[in-house]
Design a protein around this ligand. Sequence first.
Ligand SMILES: [Zn+2]
Length: 283
Amino acid sequence: MKILMIGAHQDDNEFRCGGLADKYVKLGYEVKFLSLCNGCGGHHVMSPQETTARRAKESAAVAEFLGITYDVWDIDDCNIVADLATRKRLIRYIREFNPDLIISHRPNDYHADHRAAGQLVQDASYLLTVPNECPDVPAMRYMPVIMYYEDGFKNPDFSGDIVLDMDEEIDVKLKIADLNVSQVYEWLPYTYGEQDEVPTDAAERFEWLKGMQITADTTDEEVMSKTRGYAVRFAKTAARFRKELIERYGVERGSKIRYAEAFEVCEYGNPLTEELKKEFFPF
Ligand SMILES: [Zn+2]
């Protein structure tokens, strides 16, 4: 199986499906991350050129850690447009990799880049199979299955069609966040006005990154009441989709899962049949 995860930025795939990527690598599936943007906008001190170079190194570290390949396109942050040229570029790119499953953003989101990325994937979907569109790269015979990763937007609400236990992946997910140093310890704290709170010691700042220690006794209400930290963020997905976790894993396991990742089916891709569900989500 080949899996293509398409984020607008170099942290979208990481934070929203990094655990699933790790599970796929362990299954022997081939995983590729694509970031449409180059990361140039994500810093308050470094220049765009310095930021792009630093983000490239951080993404390379994530790729090495996960055992995946990782492409970063040259579009500047906040500049993705779902235009014809970018659509054709994406069609060619997807065909060349020939994935079975694509995971990307929903096209309703606060960030213009996320919306455009989701729109581009939708716009490419059917055309992947049309030979006279971009005829220089052979068309795919079948559309891949396409899914969206979780967001919190309500109009329309995100549907947790597939919600997966990530308890075994939590250390991997937190380590991925930790590797994005310029983001999680510099830029994002700056945007939240928290830059003075970040510890300088590497071990201390990693604890700070988590936000809180989540134990077997931590309730969903406690998790949902916290506002910061990556352990909290990943635990919120389990709390939000508790009903779906219990449906999938049964009451005993489902009610104890601490961390999860959630995915919605995009109706423009190949249908996610029961047979394909077993291949993509045998966890
Ligand atoms: Zn993003």
